[in-house]
Design a protein around this ligand. Structure first.
Ligand code: ADP
Length: 434
């Protein structure tokens, strides 16, 4: 204790005050001592001046020391208080400590050694108390902060929950609307297609070349429109979980050849070679033939649509564990690996500008994704910009009946850059069931 300590001695007995002064200075403690002789002055001096310690006589003339200490503590005057008691004041001493005194000292023990020891002890205790109080205050503040944060988070959580509910409601309304609209559009579309076909039959009268050309256009546009409507209807049903697979045994090799036959003229128009490789021991599978055809048609029509020159390969083969693979490969524009994930989201097209070169709804791959998941299969995509793409679907040879009514979400990627897992579909030429 080399620094000068500011000490206040509150005692009405001048001799006692001198004793304290002498005892401390004799012990080599540097002190700057102030003296007061009553409680009133003690309070007023303490309000304006800071001290390192107070030595307080337990019996000041104008106020008892217990209520004085309480008053000081209530006024947030934080200073070590050592009370100098008379002999036999042990009971009072306990009460003094309870009221906020730091220590007490019997008047008969006012020696240099005891006084210095008590002073040091009181200052140390006070420091520890101050540290504890400040730590406690900090803890209290952070606890309050946490509480406030928690309340804010809870409020935000409730808001998000509410927004989610609203979004869900809107999404359900949208799905219902899509389903109703596309369903309603199918009836007149079928009538337009049917009547156009009838008009083209020679037995209903010969049309001029120009008339026949126009009716053919009505027929082709009508068919195209119906495909789009079917795609929207399938998507809406899948979203609502209302699309069920209707599995049966069928010949996958035959179905593949039939689908390839249907798109061959499209490929020929673009001068693309269409190569089919069927390498399967037993072509009979148990699945929904209409949905498998839909998947294959979508993959093939996308391959043709996004390929300007070169070839398209369709390969069907056996895999281990009673699984089969259907792959469609092209030498088309390719897909960048960043877009692998996005193209399986509904309405996503890599070129979303109004003037885009390739038409479509952007629902094909989203539908394929859901269908393949329902079938318990997986889709893999390998693609490189400017080189081409390969969509490969792996399916169980026999789909499980329990999976036929449920859709699962998401596409798995193997994350290896050019080589990734994905899925795709489109509904051109589909024979959608209603
Ligand atoms: P749509 O063909 O109606 O646009 P899809 O869901 O079938 O919708 O495909 C989504 C997008 O994926 C396409 O717009 C296209 O950008 C990309 N894509 C699909 N297949 C291929 C492919 N074989 N080659 C290149 N890009 C493709």
């Amino acid at each position: 204790m080399n620094e000068t300590l500011r000490i206040l001695v509150a005692d009405d007995d001048e001799l006692d005050r001198q004793t304290v002064y002498l005892a401390l200075t004799q012990a080599g403690v540097n002190i700057e001592m102030s003296e007061v002789s009553d409680a009133k002055t003690t309070i007023s001096i303490l309000r304006n001046t800071t001290f390192d310690c107070i030595f307080l006589n337990a019996r000041l003339p104008d106020q008892d020391s217990i209520s004085l200490i309480k008053k000081l503590r209530d006024a947030e005057i934080k200073v070590p208080i050592v009370v100098i008691t008379e002999q036999g004041d042990a009971q009072i001493a306990v009460e003094l400590m309870q009221s906020g005194a730091t220590d007490y000292l019997d008047k008969s023990r006012l020696s240099s050694a005891t006084l210095t020891q008590v002073l040091r002890h009181a200052i140390r205790i006070h420091q520890v108390e101050m540290q504890a109080a400040s730590a406690h205050q900090k803890l209290k503040e952070s606890h309050e902060q946490l509480l406030r944060k928690n309340q804010e988070l809870e409020k935000q959580r409730q808001q998000i929950q509410l927004q989610n509910l609203k979004l869900l409601e809107v999404s359900q309304l949208k799905s219902q609307f899509l389903a109703t609209m596309s369903h309603e559009l199918r009836t007149p579309m079928n009538a337009i297609i049917g009547f156009a076909q009838i008009l083209l039959r020679p037995k209903f009268g010969k049309l001029t070349y120009q008339q026949a050309d126009m009716v053919e256009r009505i027929l082709n546009n009508g068919k195209h429109l119906l495909l789009l409507v079917n795609e929207v209807l399938d998507f809406a049903k899948l979203e609502e979980g209302r699309l069920a697979l209707q599995p049966e045994f069928f010949d996958l090799a035959n179905l593949t050849k039939k689908v390839v036959g249907e798109v061959r003229s499209l490929a020929e128009t673009k001068k693309l070679s269409l190569i089919v490789k069927i390498n399967i021991d037993n072509p009979v599978v148990f699945n929904d033939p209409i949905r498998v055809k839909q998947i294959l048609l979508n993959l093939l029509s996308n391959a043709i649509k996004f390929t300007e020159s070169g070839s398209i390969w369709v390969e069907v083969k056996n895999l281990q564990e009673n699984r089969i693979a259907i792959a469609v490969r092209d030498t088309g524009i390719g897909i960048s690996s960043q877009d692998f994930q996005h193209i399986f989201e509904a309405f996503r097209q890599l070129d979303q500008t109004i003037t885009r070169k390739y038409p479509g709804t952007g629902l094909g791959l989203a539908i394929i994704n859901s269908l393949v998941q329902m079938m318990g299969g997986k889709i893999f995509l390998e693609s490189q910009i400017g080189v081409g793409s390969m969509f490969k679907i792996e399916l169980p040879r026999q789909i499980s009946l329990s999976t036929t009514n449920k859709t699962s979400e998401g596409v798995q990627f193997d994350g290896s850059g050019i080589l990734s897992t994905v899925q795709k579909s489109r509904n051109q030429n589909s024979e959608s069931r209603t």
